[in-house]
Design a protein around this ligand. Structure first.
Ligand code: OAD
Length: 255
């Protein structure tokens, strides 16, 4: 694929210091992780209200855990793709870079991204419903279900469910990053879930140049300054390719 960048985007890409990348399930689609709202998406096949709400967990924690164990196992067989890896290169390139993700699959971290704002938590974390202690649990399928904390409480997946608030410090940091961004990329998200979907709008309101990368126009496309239609795993490496020949890119290559 050969992407022709607009002059404006090329200029901002090579001169901006404050850059935000905001990702959704589409960035992991090429790794084989199902998205949520496509024809074959998770929410078409599985009822959200039975699997991803606090009420569902209170009613039947085993059913909810079986579904999360299935997803954990599926994700454990996948690997980061060229899109995730290009974002890692962004982190080294821009002085003030923020990756804000709605994804819980952990693939950004496995690719090597270090500074992440995870708006919806992490499927590899478990949190005790009683004492609220959290820890990383990388064994995909837990047994017996539901898993229990040392304190005897029931462990829950470390993700944000429908009807729950986002982690307040993480969201505040995301709003701050969006407000300061010169360049804001919204990648592989339908931009239908709030409050996360406010972020591109906040960025635009504060003067950022907003670019959507998606295989189709999302709910946010009408506010974006540019929409790059195509797969994130193909477009993002093209963007990092543009950075290679800049003074900072050459310095990084020599480092
Ligand atoms: P969606 O499933 O709503 O949207 C995925 C987006 O990715 C769509 O706009 C696709 O067109 C796009 N897409 C698919 N393949 C792509 C590719 N290869 N390259 C670029 N784009 C591609 O997923 P999200 O927007 O992430 O919340 O959904 C937001 C939240 O809703 C999720 O975090 C999750 C879900 O319910 C929680 O679990 C709390």
């Amino acid at each position: 694929m050969s992407l022709t960048l607009s002059k404006k985007l090329h200029s901002l890409l090579t001169s901006s210091t404050r850059v935000v990348v905001f990702t959704g399930a589409g960035i992991s689609a090429e790794s084989g992780v199902p998205t949520f709202r496509a024809a074959q998406g998770l929410w078409k096949e599985f009822p959200v209200e039975k699997l991803a709400t606090p009420q569902a967990f209170a009613e039947d924690p085993v059913r909810v855990w079986q579904w999360y164990c299935w997803r954990r196992e599926l994700i454990s067989k996948t690997h980061p793709n060229a899109g995730h890896r290009a974002i890692v290169r962004f982190e080294g390139f821009f002085d003030d870079f923020h990756l804000i993700t709605q994804n819980v699959d952990g693939l950004h971290g496995f690719a090597g991204s270090r500074r992440m704002l995870k708006l919806h938590g992490d499927i590899w974390d478990v949190i005790c419903s009683s004492c609220e202690r959290s820890r990383l649990e990388l064994t995909p399928v837990l047994s017996p279900l539901p898993p229990r904390c040392q304190c005897g409480g029931i462990l829950r997946p470390g993700v944000v469910w429908f009807g729950e608030a986002l982690p307040s410090r993480v969201f505040a940091a995301a709003v701050e990053a969006a407000s300061k961004a010169q360049l804001f990329f919204s990648i592989g998200t339908s931009a239908e879930v709030y409050p996360a979907a406010q972020l591109p709008q906040i960025a635009k309101l504060h003067g950022a140049y907003v670019v959507e990368i998606n295989v189709e126009r999302s709910a946010l496309a009408h506010i974006a300054h540019e929409v790059l239609l195509g797969k994130a795993g193909e477009i993002l490496p093209e963007l990092t390719g543009c950075l290679r020949d800049t003074p900072q890119g050459l310095a990084l290559a020599g480092a």
